[in-house]
Design a protein. Structure first.
Length: 143
């Protein structure tokens, strides 16, 4: 497996990353991904793609370094998804290990993410990876 960080404008964002990311974020289009990454990159957003030995994108992590008063400095995972055809093959574990390394290199104290309450299979994976539920996430939709 090979892990590659992709910059905005890289054609692999559409060919390799988007099909996998849409398994988690089906609302994303090529145009919307370009807009989000174009603006988000300036805010620290990065995308990492996990490639199989055959050169196929099988996993995606969207992440950023965040500094705040509660965690001080942490790596926050916006998106973590393994293609359905590659689940339980170590892709998610490899991506998390890579992110742990990025976090340590950046002087972070933790890696954190939010996961929808309906994503029970993902929660089992996070628990196996020694992640803990440490907070509730509250949300309000604005008109």
């Amino acid at each position: 497996m090979k892990l590659i960080d992709l910059e905005p404008g890289d054609p692999r964002l559409v060919s390799d990353l988007l099909p996998v990311l849409r398994e988690l974020r089906p609302h994303l289009t090529e145009e919307l991904l370009g807009e989000v990454y174009g603006e988000g990159h300036g805010q620290g957003l990065r995308f990492t793609v996990a490639y199989s030995d055959d050169g196929i994108g099988v996993g995606v992590a969207g992440w950023r370094i965040v500094v705040n008063t509660s965690a001080l400095r942490k790596l926050y995972v916006d998106d973590l998804v393994t293609a359905a055809t590659a689940r339980s093959t170590g892709v998610g574990r490899a991506l998390l290990a890579y992110l742990d390394g990025c976090a340590r290199e950046a002087g972070c104290h933790r890696v954190s993410l939010d996961s929808g309450t309906q994503r029970v299979d993902a929660h089992r994976f996070y628990f196996r990876e020694r992640m803990a539920v440490t907070a509730f996430h509250f949300d309000r939709h604005l008109d």
